[in-house]
Design a protein around this ligand. Structure first.
Ligand code: BEZ
Ligand code: FE
Length: 286
């Protein structure tokens, strides 16, 4: 190891992990070193570049706490989160999409047809659909966990002026596999721009906007849980999502919903729009 040079440093660093008892960890670390060294060679990394990268990561660490993870945001804007989603997608299931930083556990469990729009300004919409198996069989008792931003683009967990449980809920599908809530159409919003990742997007003239969406985690016994998003068609940011979360099968067009149309479930108020979004879960291990 005393005579390391540009031709031998990579092998030495990769082989340094050889005694790692966990074979997966050993493999990932070896390959990480090889790709990282190749990257540094490829871009002819200078001391200045390297220091700037370390400073950037240090800033990410400084701003990260229990309620904010700048490294996760970095992964999102680099497309890494979506790459991992795509590479691990179950073929017969609805496409997955990013979880994002605004998920809160234990949202209130609401009955079918519940109105979670409350006093929120905006266009009311009946969001409904079936949760099904890969072979089309409806799944009764599936849990649908929903959260979204309001029409100003703010999530309950992000904005202390909002009620803590604003625009989020959990609901079990009925015997027919249906879920249904009355909510408001969400608006597009910018990812957090007050940290180093935001500064990077600004410096590189990248759009910080996410197209309007509703987050969903759907789960059911015997099935792989699905983390995904429902996007609203016609949003101007669908083709430039800052975190690469949009998939063709996740874009839905709300349609007008009038008294003349029978509702699939009893509702306490008539929403202006209806958005149908079915969800398919893959059997566990399939
Ligand atoms: C979101 O959808 O809430 C989100 C996702 C990734 C980064 C920032 C925000
Ligand atoms: Fe979001």
């Amino acid at each position: 190891m005393r005579d390391l040079d540009l031709g031998t440093i990579t092998d030495a660093a990769a082989e340094s992990w050889r005694d790692t008892p966990n074979a997966r960890l050993r493999h990932v670390l070896e390959r990480l070193v090889i790709h990282l060294h190749d990257f540094a060679r490829d871009v002819s990394l200078t001391h200045e570049d390297w220091r700037a990268a370390l400073d950037f990561l240090t800033e990410c660490g400084r701003i990260t706490d229990d309620s904010r993870n700048e490294f996760a945001l970095l992964s999102d804007v680099l497309g890494l989160t979506s790459l991992v989603d795509l590479a691990n997608a179950a073929p017969d299931a609805t496409a997955g999409s990013v979880l994002g930083p605004f998920y809160a556990e234990n949202s209130p469990v609401v009955p079918l047809g519940a109105d979670i729009a409350g006093d929120n300004p905006g266009e009311t919409v009946l969001l409904t659909g079936m949760v099904r198996d890969g072979d089309g069989t409806p799944i009764p008792g599936a849990l649908v966990d929903l959260w979204q931003a309001d029409t100003r683009g703010n999530y309950a967990v992000q904005d202390p002026s909002l009620p803590a449980e604003n625009l989020r809920c959990r609901q079990y599908t009925d015997d027919a596999g249906r879920y249904a809530v009355v909510t408001v159409l969400p608006a597009p919003y910018s990812i957090p721009m007050d940290g180093p990742v935001g500064a990077l997007l600004a410096a590189t003239r990248r759009s910080p906007w996410r197209p309007a969406h509703i987050h969903v985690i759907a789960s059911a016994e015997g099935h792989a849980p699905l983390v995904t998003e429902l996007f609203i068609a016609d949003d101007p940011h669908l083709d430039s999502d800052a975190v690469f979360g949009v998939r063709a099968g996740l874009v839905f067009l709300p349609r007008r919903f009038t008294e003349k149309e029978a509702s699939p479930v009893p509702l306490t108020r008539q929403p202006r729009w209806r958005l149908d979004a079915d969800i398919t879960l893959a059997r566990r291990g399939a």
